[in-house]
Design a protein around this ligand. Structure first.
Ligand SMILES: [Zn+2]
Length: 436
């Protein structure tokens, strides 16, 4: 059975339009993947999701595993839990290996920064997401003797660099798997268990277990880590018992060209139904954005053309255009949903913070011409939305979220259309110009 079909390829770039076929329906690509970390898209009731043009949702294996615990074996499945009968994806738990581990220790998120002029400090790390932080109910016992050394495998940084707040590494990686340090002990996750959990959750697309590295890791550590990711990819494939789920292999290799190429070549040759490109991008080797583009340029040519390609955790407008241009099909990102809850509104004329005083009493619609529930049906003005945020009314998060999700899904729909009309490059240029 063919799970994916490229229908139209752009003649001037590597952009392509296709269809991903899952047991719960088709996904027209390129497509945004909306994040529903704990089996729910925050602030949006399931019945409204189809009205946001959402095609595919990704849920988080690690958080669901922690939430379900012993109920996992009798779990009814994610589709039922989410009341979403469309295509679903789960990640492998690999990103938490990073966000609780070196991401936390190095003060790194998905797009990290190393700021000059301040020393390595502790206490205000921004590496893990609020959901990640919530999953760790308390700090572990600091007496743990087996904790991964904090200074190993770091690339040399300029002497005036600092990491924007580092915290304790809560992950111990061994060749077989990963120990998460949690309240009262450790919790072990490996390839076999990740696949078992993902089979129980029952998403249409599942992801092989991997170890993302930090952009601060040196070549030696990244190489050593990559060997684990490749071994875990093979173990993930061998652990499968279901055949109705697609499994994506993950390309890693940090910011190193040779390792990225080696990884894409190796992972691309395995019997996965699709491929994901993972990692965290930092400023230790140029800006995060340039680093991500380099990673895609190095990796994509090694991945089979006939299989789908997913970019893990990336999704700003420029990134989406660039990733499509370089041949990626899907992207998941918390930006539309997380930023909406803080008042950031995305539009075709750029992003604005609706909480600002300038919008007080504004009669202007959130986005002229937008057909989302907030703009099209409820006809909410910027002034009204600002007022709701000011009053901490729950409707604020809801309205902002349905708008942002709709905006990104609609953008991807337009990108797809431009590929069919052979105007992708022009569309990209014009759109980027409008938002800058
Ligand atoms: Zn709208």
């Amino acid at each position: 059975m063919s799970y994916f079909e490229v229908i139209k390829s752009d003649s001037r770039t590597s952009a392509r339009a296709g269809v991903l076929k899952t047991p719960h329906g088709e996904v027209k690509t390129p497509s945004y993947v909306v994040v529903g970390t704990d089996a729910a898209v925050r602030c949006v009731p399931p019945e409204e999701l189809s009205r946001t043009k959402t095609q595919l949702i990704i849920a988080n294996t690690y958080h669901l595993w922690r939430t379900l615990e012993e109920r996992l074996e009798t779990f009814e499945g994610l589709h039922e839990r989410m009341r979403w009968n469309g295509p679903l994806m789960t990640d492998s738990g690999g990103f938490q290996v990073f966000s609780f581990g070196f991401g936390r220790e190095h003060g790194m998120g998905k797009m990290g920064r190393v700021f000059p002029g301040r020393k390595l400090s502790s206490g205000t790390g921004r590496s893990s997401s609020p959901a990640d932080e919530a999953a760790l109910r308390s700090r572990p016992d600091k007496s743990d003797k087996n904790r991964t050394s904090s200074s190993s495998g770091l690339r040399e940084l300029p002497s005036d660099s600092f990491l924007p707040g580092s915290k304790e590494n809560l992950v111990r990686v061994v060749d077989d798997g990963v120990y998460f340090i949690i309240e009262g002990g450790e919790q072990y996750l490996d390839a076999e268990l990740s696949i078992h959990i993902q089979e129980k959750l029952g998403a249409d697309i599942i992801v092989a277990f991997d170890e993302p590295t930090s952009p601060l890791h040196d070549h030696a550590y990244t190489k050593e880590s990559l060997a684990r990711t490749h071994a875990w990819a093979l173990r993930s494939l061998a652990a499968r018992t279901r055949r109705d789920q697609m499994m994506y292999g993950v390309v890693q290799g940090g910011a190193f060209e040779d390792l990225r190429k080696e990884s894409a070549d190796f992972i691309g040759k395995q019997a996965f139904e699709g491929f994901a490109i993972g990692g965290s991008y930092g400023e230790s080797m140029g800006a995060p954005r340039e680093q991500m583009l380099s990673v895609l340029k190095w990796s994509v040519p090694y991945l089979p053309r006939e299989k789908p390609r997913h970019l893990l955790g990336i999704g700003r407008i420029e990134d989406v255009f660039d990733a499509v241009e370089l041949g990626m099909d899907t992207f998941d990102c918390v930006i539309p949903t997380r930023e909406a809850r803080h008042g950031s509104i995305w539009t075709a004329h750029g992003r604005f913070d609706v909480r600002k005083g300038a919008f007080e009493g504004s009669k202007e619609s959130i986005e002229e011409g937008c057909e989302c529930i907030a703009c099209g049906e409820k006809k909410i003005t910027r002034g009204e939305l600002r007022e709701l945020f000011k009053l901490k009314n729950l409707k604020a998060g809801h309205l902002a979220t349905v708008h942002n999700i709709y905006f990104f899904n609609n953008l991807l729909e337009q990108i797809r259309k431009s590929i069919f009309e052979s105007t992708f490059s022009e569309f990209k240029k014009k759109f980027i110009l409008n938002i800058s």
